[in-house]
Structure formats: structure tokens, C-alpha cells
Design a binder for this molecule. Structure first.
Ligand code: NCD
Length: 343
């Protein structure tokens, strides 16, 4: 029967042996699209980026900014579908990826509450990503376990973008953080960056400090003793030649700081609630704190804030944390366009 043969042929020709499934560069459907260095790639860790790669991302992000300012929404990724798979709470990361895809003319399968998906029935991560790759062209994933995005990528033929893997990495946040620094201060070199708060569990500072090690940057880590930067990471950064120092107080380092990167104490990562209570209000940045800071500097925060930055600071021109979210939209538009071969 001709129909049967056709179906059979289709089944055979679409079978991809497991060994080839990790090859993530399908053929471009049209001849006029440029290949990009990130086309078809997963974005799992900031270690995938060198200075040239970052400049490429930021150049595309600037183009995205200009397009959004001029036309708002355009059809660069028309017909493409993003699956947004979030196993942990998120406001900014999930909604900015959704907005990014929609501004590029694509559409989104939002799975913000895995409770209501088959994950609640016990489905494994590999099976969930294999399901979503059948429907979507790219998958953004946030998961409570370190390494989850890398595991998802092993099982998925479509690009996986890590939107936070437990206390591990948050590469797209680090990219947007560095883009914010570049746009706000005009450079990513010769800077003193002070990271404040929960440096143990805060994945954004883990990724950002690694990216900063590509530049001439001095880093001060200010935290309560129990929330210090992981010693392995400090050793890794020192081995790369980064001047990095740990402190218990902010006062001594604030006057020389160009970027004050404030973080939330990550309550959900504590095993002992009493330990959280002992450090939760350890640092609060107020207008008084900022009196000893430079005039030309920025205060950043990945958000959400839960008391580390007083609302009274919001009108200070140095408070860049709301602008930071907007830079995040352009950075994520750039990343989606890049992995889908349209940047
Ligand atoms: C951060 C995260 O999820 O790691 N938030 C974000 O992505 N903007 C920081 C945090 O939750 O404290």
C-alpha cells in the first residue's frame, strides 16, 4: 500500500542513532541565514565563553535593543517554539525568556509549574526533555540540582539553555550582568567588583565571577562567614590570576568599588532554618551606606530582593537593578537568536 510504504519510509529516515543525537547542528532550512558560533549549541556554563564570544553576544544584544526600541516586535524567529521548563520558582528569568521569544516573533510552551506536568507523576528529566524536543526548537531549563541542565543536554537533540542549576551556575544571568556593566560603565576591564551577601549558595555570583576572570577585574567577596564563596571556586579564580579577596565587612572596600553586586540570602538552600535566621539581615544597603561610594559606580542585584537593598535607594542613579532586568531581555533575545542560527 503506497501510504503504508510512505509512512514506513518516513519512520526509517527520521531515526537518529543515539550516538548522533548529541550532534546539535541540524541543516539550516534556508540558504540566506548566517551560521553563528553558537548555532545549535547548548548554553550550560559561562566557561563556554571567551572574550571574543562575549563581544559577539553583546553586539547582538545591542542590535536587539535597537530593534525593540524601534519596532518592538519583529519576525526573526517566526515559526520557532521555545519550551520554558522551570522546576524552581522564577519571575524574571522565565518571563524574560518568554518576552524575548515573543518579541522575536516566536512562541512559547511555558511549563512554570512542573507540579501540573507529568513531572508530578514521576517522569524523569531525560523523558521530559525528550518530550519537549518533539514540540519545541529550544528548551530553557531551571532545576534545583547542580548539573541538571548538562544532563538534559545529553538527552536532547535541540539546544538546551541553563536558566539556573541549583547552587551551580546561572550563565544567562551572568551574561546579562556583564552586559549591564558594559552598558552602564562603558567597560568590562579595570574594574573593582564587590560581591555581597550569599556567595555560597548564590549561583549568579558563581557564574559572574568566572566571567569576570576573563578581564582585568579585582573582586572583593563580602559575606557572613557561613556564606563565603566556595573555596574551590576562589582557588579556581586565583589560579586564573584574578585578584580576589574575602572580607566580613563592606566599609573598607565600598569606596573603591565600581560595581556593588548585592545578592539575596538563599533561604531555600539552607538545611538548618536557624542558620538562615542568623544571617538573613546581615547586610542592608541604604542611602546612608552609599555615602562613601563613588559617584560613578553601579549597584546591581539579580533580584528578587528580600530586604538587602532599601527601597529608598531606588531613585539613586547608581541603582542599576531595574535597568539590569531590561538588559536581560536583550541578552536573552540575542542568545535565542544565536542558538537558532539567526544572529
Ligand atoms: C536569581 C536566581 O534564580 O538564581 N534570580 C534570577 O534569576 N534573577 C537570584 C535569586 O534567586 O536570588
Amino acid at each position: 500500500m503506497p501510504g503504508g510504504e510512505k509512512r514506513k519510509e518516513a519512520t526509517v529516515s527520521t531515526y537518529i542513532p543515539p550516538a548522533q543525537r548529541r550532534e546539535k547542528s541540524p541543516h539550516l532550512p534556508f540558504g540566506d541565514m548566517r551560521q553563528t558560533p553558537f548555532y545549535g549549541k547548548d548554553i550550560i556554563s559561562v566557561s563556554q565563553f571567551d572574550a571574543a564570544g562575549l563581544e559577539y553576544v553583546f553586539g547582538v544584544a545591542e542590535e536587539m535593543r535597537s530593534m525593540v526600541e524601534h519596532v518592538g516586535t519583529f519576525d526573526l524567529l517566526k515559526g520557532k517554539i521555545l519550551a520554558n521548563l522551570f522546576y524552581e520558582p522564577s519571575t524574571r528569568t522565565s518571563s524574560s525568556f518568554m518576552a524575548a521569544m515573543q518579541r522575536l516573533g516566536g512562541s512559547v510552551i511555558p511549563i512554570n509549574e512542573v507540579r501540573y506536568s507529568s513531572v508530578a507523576k514521576g517522569e524523569s528529566l531525560p523523558d521530559t526533555v525528550r518530550t519537549l524536543e518533539s514540540y519545541a526548537d529550544v528548551i530553557v531549563i531551571r532545576h534545583p540540582e547542580v548539573g541538571a541542565a548538562a544532563i538534559a543536554a545529553q538527552y536532547c537533540r535541540k539546544p538546551i539553555i541553563n536558566a539556573g542549576d541549583g547552587v551551580g551556575e546561572h550563565p544567562t544571568q551572568a551574561l546579562l550582568d556583564l552586559f549591564t556593566i558594559r552598558e552602564e560603565l562603558g567597560r568590562t576591564d579595570n574594574l573593582t567588583v564587590t560581591m555581597l551577601g550569599d556567595l555560597k549558595y548564590g549561583r549568579t555570583v558563581h557564574s559572574l565571577s568566572r566571567l569576570l576572570s576573563l578581564f582585568k577585574t579585582r573582586v572583593h567577596c563580602v559575606s557572613p562567614d557561613i556564606l563565603r564563596m566556595p573555596p574551590d571556586l576562589v582557588a579556581e579564580l586565583k589560579a586564573r590570576g584574578m585578584p580576589i579577596q574575602e572580607h566580613a565587612m563592606l566599609d573598607a572596600v565600598l569606596p573603591e568599588t565600581d560595581v556593588l553586586y548585592v545578592t539575596r540570602v538563599q533561604k531555600e538552600r539552607f538545611e538548618d532554618p536557624a542558620a538562615y535566621e542568623s544571617v538573613k539581615g546581615a547586610f542592608v544597603i541604604t542611602p546612608e551606606t552609599m555615602q562613601s561610594a563613588k559617584n560613578q559606580m553601579v549597584v546591581m542585584h539579580p533580584l528578587p530582593r528580600v530586604g538587602e537593598i532599601a527601597m529608598e535607594l531606588d531613585d539613586d542613579p547608581r541603582a542599576a537593578y531595574f535597568r539590569q532586568m531590561e538588559y536581560g531581555l536583550y541578552t536573552r533575545m540575542a542568545l535565542l537568536a544565536m542558538v537558532l542560527g539567526k544572529a
